[in-house]
Design a protein around this ligand. Structure first.
Ligand code: PLP
Length: 363
């Protein structure tokens, strides 16, 4: 087979190890997954009824245009439905953007480290990924702006950042957006936006309404607990949405995912409880780590980096050692954060278990 040459530069995405695999590999009865920034809570109970009702219609293709969901999102965010794109997870939107904006000879600017999917979709198009180191665990906006050239077609900015959880205030993002040339798309990936408890958390959407070259991506995968169904969305200019409509699969978002997302959005006021749970979990982990004398990076999201350099086990072996004890976390090294692990904030019981097992590795 003669695969396209650019594939030589791309490696497959390595996802968090599934619970079932850890149970069978280590002969455990129980394991806790804190590796993929998932919600410890299932979807809202009302979503179950919607899914059951949707079963009857599975012999029909889904609404190819996601009309009802797009209209609901448009109403929710005060934009036109033409400005809403829905994807099979927000990752799919990133892939489409690479299809419509990148080709060999073009560049995409991103932080290093950042969400691993950006680099993959860029390299798969034969374009160049220009990587800018973080500053104090946060996106270095000055350096990112300086990395933009006439060849840059996309700038990826994650807020809160993955894998560090650092948050950029709306005013500094707005200033940065003003420095991005009009023919280059600024993608504000806000997958964790609903966890942010700052007054300016909706600043990215304001920018979308003001600037044609800004797109916000968000997802039902995280706080809504729907990652198993795969549904995310983007708010962008009608021109960007039209472009991605040309390349996407006609039925990219399945009917159950559309219905579940729509119902979840109706229940949005209940996200406060989930934010509260996350806030309590964050405090619990901060406190627990401090008591253990283990360092961490403060987060505005539902995951955090924990410094595992001072333990009895060498830092790069900590993820495996925790896994043997039934705690699945994300190793820092493949995320370009050697010496750290990335841990999702779980339920109170899961966080306790994590702290307990980490304490055991401290010696
Ligand atoms: C920064 C960031 N963007 C996007 C995603 C993907 O979300 P989705 O499940 O909507 O594809 C993730 C998932 O972990 C993420 O961390």
């Amino acid at each position: 087979m003669r695969f396209v040459r650019q594939l030589e530069t791309v490696t497959p995405y390595v996802a968090g190890t599934p619970i079932e695999e850890v149970l069978s590999r280590y002969g455990l009865e129980k394991a806790v997954k804190l590796a993929s920034n998932e919600s410890p809570l299932p979807p809202f109970p009302e979503v179950r009824e919607v899914l059951a009702a949707g079963f009857e219609g599975l012999n029909r293709y889904p609404d190819a245009g996601c009309r009802r969901l797009r209209e609901a999102l448009a109403r929710r965010f005060g934009v036109e439905p033409e400005m809403v794109a829905v994807g099979n997870g927000s990752c799919e939107l990133l892939y489409w953007l690479s299809l419509v904006l990148l080709e060999p000879g073009t560049e995409a600017v991103m932080s290093d480290p950042t969400f691993l999917v950006y680099e993959k979709v860029v390299l798969a198009r034969g374009a160049e990924a220009v990587k800018v180191p973080l500053k104090d665990f946060a996106n270095d906006l000055e350096a990112l702006a300086a990395a933009i050239t006439p060849r840059t077609r996309i700038v990826f900015l994650t807020n809160p950042h993955n894998p560090t959880g650092a948050y950029l205030p709306a005013a500094v993002v707005a200033e940065f957006a003003a420095a991005v040339p009009g023919d280059c798309l600024l993608v504000l990936d806000e997958a964790y936006n609903e966890y942010v408890e700052r007054e300016d958390s909706q600043g990215g959407l304001d920018l979308c309404r003001q600037r044609e070259n800004v797109m916000v991506t968000r997802t039902f995968s995280k706080i809504y607990g729907l990652c198993g169904l795969r549904v995310g969305y983007g708010i962008c200019s009608p021109g960007v949405r039209e472009a991605i409509d040309k390349v996407r699969q006609p039925f990219n978002v399945n009917s159950l995912a559309q219905a579940a997302a729509l119902k979840s959005l109706e229940l949005e006021q209940r996200l406060d409880e989930r934010r509260e749970l996350n806030r309590a979990g964050r405090r619990q982990l901060y406190r627990g780590l401090e008591e253990l004398g283990i360092g961490y990076v403060e987060t505005e999201s539902n995951f955090m980096l924990v410094d595992v350099r001072g333990l009895e086990v060498p830092a790069d072996e900590v993820p495996e050692a925790l896994m043997r004890r039934g705690i699945i976390v994300r190793p820092g090294a493949p995320l370009a954060c050697p010496g750290y692990i990335r841990v999702s904030i779980g339920s109170a019981a899961e966080n306790d278990l994590f702290l307990e097992e980490l304490a055991a590795l401290r010696g």
